[in-house]
Design a binder for this molecule. Sequence first.
Ligand SMILES: C[S@@+](CC[C@H](N)C(=O)[O-])C[C@H]1O[C@@H](n2cnc3c(N)ncnc32)[C@H](O)[C@@H]1O
Ligand SMILES: [Zn+2]
Length: 318
Amino acid sequence: MSSPDAANIHKPVMPVECLSILEARRGGLFVDATLGLGGHTELILTSSASSVVIGIDQDQQALDLASDRLSHIGDRFIPVKGNFSDIAQILATVRKGSPVGVLADLGVSSLQLDSETRGFSFRFDAPLDMRMDPDSGGPTAADLLETWSETEIADVIYRYGEEKASRRIAKWIVERRDAGEPIRGTTDLASLIRRAVRVDPKERTHPATRTFQALRIAVNNELKVLETFIDDAESVLAPGGVLAIITFHSLEDRIVKQAFRRLAGQCQCPPKIPQCKCGAMKKLEILTRRPIVPTVEEERENPRSKSAKLRAARKLNG
Ligand SMILES: C[S@@+](CC[C@H](N)C(=O)[O-])C[C@H]1O[C@@H](n2cnc3c(N)ncnc32)[C@H](O)[C@@H]1O
Ligand SMILES: [Zn+2]
């Protein structure tokens, strides 16, 4: 039986839609590039007794919980600690062949978001860490705020958080740093932002939400690793195999949409460029002209699914 803990912490998004587009019932080798608590992996493994899932996650805590949850599956489940941008090397090491399906359910899990110590949320007072892989040795969000210039901070908050008040927030952060009191905690940053930003009374989200998203994307280099992942996932798929990606904000969705189009042979270069430079080549067939979104019932039962968009593409034969 699956562990009630992992199953209750995080509900897999669009479960029926994912299984259907991945054709999970046909069995075979699948890669769950964002194992998390193992929700999607468990569904894939129980769809066919002949399926094997390689579950990748960069977070050891998630791998431990998912492995516990899936211990009843035996050797059809292969957990791997790593970054999904290394999918090609990971598959070469595991040596199980080419997958018929690759799934990525991007972003953070509820385990990470609801952690009182890892700094992803301003609901808890914690050090501003935000690394999905705390063993990486890479810089934390607090480190970035301490070392970046005011312009770099503002640019990241604007670009990855789509925050209009980015310059003002960056100015206030740097003023604190210059006064010898750098921001190192979640609630400290959230209350600074609340004071720095003119709050729209109609807006229901906390004004710090966009800045927290931006810092998390920067700390984990999320957009760059996604770009690498899409090209490499296409190259490792078996002919006829399906790549399915769930995104949670417009920056991610745009990357997936444009990469799929490029890999479907549609040039993504700006107009008037004399020669194609984006490397468009027909390798995939897009299965979702428009992204699939959760039903109203799912949104009600699983609020995390609200902004989710699922896009999928099939690798061409030969
Ligand atoms: C939204 S959760 C996945 C939840 C999972 N589908 C489930 O149903 O339980 C995303 C997970 O992917 C992991 N992750 C995000 N980006 C990653 C990356 N570049 N490489 C490896 N793991 C990543 C996170 O650590 C997190 O555990
Ligand atoms: Zn082009």
